[in-house]
Every structure is written in structure tokens, then in C-alpha cells.
Design a protein around this ligand. Structure first.
Ligand code: GRF
Length: 208
């Protein structure tokens, strides 16, 4: 399955996908292009180290949202994209992209959706909110992307216990390492092997 990975920052989730492909535990998947919303994201360096094509498509460089969306669509088509993975991507995909790739776009979110998600809930903020609410577990969610932030059908989730001395930073690091980087490659594998069936708002893992 030909995938495009969309990034904005450090690229730790991109790195996890690359590593799983290279160690063979993620099969039948090929990263044809990494699209970055920032021209100086460290994720770009990670891709280039592994010979993966990189295209920076930066929203502020386009006069209209339509031009931005068109640039993304043209790049996805140029690289033969079959499936899109948002890995730390901070821009909202245009409606045309979501429609064209219906049920073939996933995102990794650093909380157990529906808690601590939605517009503005990214980076350290979900972890700050979890600690402020006093929840005893948190984690990460892989979900299908539709036209609203973090609303699509849930594919996989992984939870960890919150430690009494956790700070937003220690919690974020543990969730990235123990949750995000585990379930994102697993979710991609499920799609590559046609094991996800979407019924309305619910996604099910099926045996093939
Ligand atoms: C991660 O917490 C991810 O869940 C969120 O963006 C953060 C940075 O991810 N979507 P990465 O290091 O750029 O992959």
C-alpha cells in the first residue's frame, strides 16, 4: 500500500513507521512521500535520511485555502498515494482531500478520544488537560479523519496509567513512546491488509 505521511514537527511517529517497515514488522506498506506543513520540521531530516521524497507545502505561501488544498491533492496524485497518515500534522485537511480519500486517512491523537480532543487540543495541551482533570489513565488514539478535528471512527487506542508525579512533559513522552509509536504502525498494517470495516461512526477490525 502506497502511503503519504503528513508531518509538521519532530517526526517521532514518522520515525516509528520507517523503523517498523525496515525491521519487517510493518509489511506491504511503502512511504512514497512525506508532506510537511513546515519547511524546517525535523521530520524532514528523518525522511531524507531514509531516502524518502519530501515536499513542503506551507499554508501561508498560498493566497487561498483552495490553492493550498490543490497543491496537496496534486502532490498526493503525483506520488500515487493510496492512503494518508497524519503524523503530528497540524493543519486541517481540506474537504476535497477528505472526500477524495474517504476512510483512507488516519490521524494519531495523544489522548483517549473523546477525552481531551478537538480544535486547539494538540501538542502538550491534551496532557495538561488530563492532569488538570485528574484522570488516572490516558493514552493515544488512531482514528479515521473526516472534516472535523478528531471526530472520525476510532481504529485503535492504547492506555497507560498516569503516575502521581507525572508532569505534562513526562506524560507526553511516555504516551509517545509507549502508545503512539505502537498503535500507529499497527493501524497502518490493518488497513494495508484490508482488515478495517467502517459502519457509520464505528470502525471494526475484521479477520480476512
Ligand atoms: C505527537 O504527540 C502526536 O500525537 C501529535 O503530534 C505530536 C508530535 O508528533 N499528533 P511527531 O513527533 O511530530 O510525530
Amino acid at each position: 500500500m502506497n502511503i503519504a505521511v503528513l508531518v509538521s514537527g519532530g517526526g517521532t511517529n514518522l520515525q516509528a513507521i520507517i523503523d517498523r517497515i525496515e525491521d519487517g514488522s510493518l509489511s506491504d506498506v511503502y512511504i512514497s512521500v512525506v508532506i510537511s506543513s513546515s519547511s524546517d520540521a525535523y521530520a524532514i531530516e528523518r525522511a531524507q535520511k531514509h531516502g524518502i521524497s519530501v515536499v513542503s507545502i506551507v499554508k501561508k505561501n498560498f493566497s487561498t485555502a483552495n490553492d493550498f488544498d490543490r497543491a496537496i491533492m496534486d502532490t498526493l496524485a503525483k506520488y500515487g498515494t493510496e492512503f494518508i497518515v497524519l503524523a503530528g500534522y497540524l493543519s486541517l485537511l481540506g474537504h476535497c482531500v477528505v472526500e477524495q480519500y474517504k476512510n483512507r486517512i488516519i490521524n494519531i491523537h495523544p489522548s483517549l478520544i473523546p477525552s481531551f480532543c478537538g480544535a486547539g487540543m494538540y501538542g502538550i495541551r491534551p496532557h495538561e488537560a488530563a492532569l488538570q482533570r485528574g484522570v488516572k489513565v490516558s493514552g493515544a488514539t488512531v482514528h479515521i479523519v473526516d472534516s472535523a478535528y478528531d471526530e472520525g471512527p476510532i481504529i485503535l487506542q492504547k492506555a497507560i496509567d498516569i503516575a502521581p508525579n507525572d508532569t505534562p512533559q513526562t506524560l507526553q513522552k511516555r504516551i509517545m513512546n509507549e502508545c503512539e509509536q505502537v498503535i500507529l504502525p499497527k493501524a497502518i498494517q490493518l488497513f494495508a491488509h484490508n482488515r478495517i470495516k467502517v459502519d457509520g461512526r464505528v470502525a471494526r477490525i475484521i479477520d480476512v
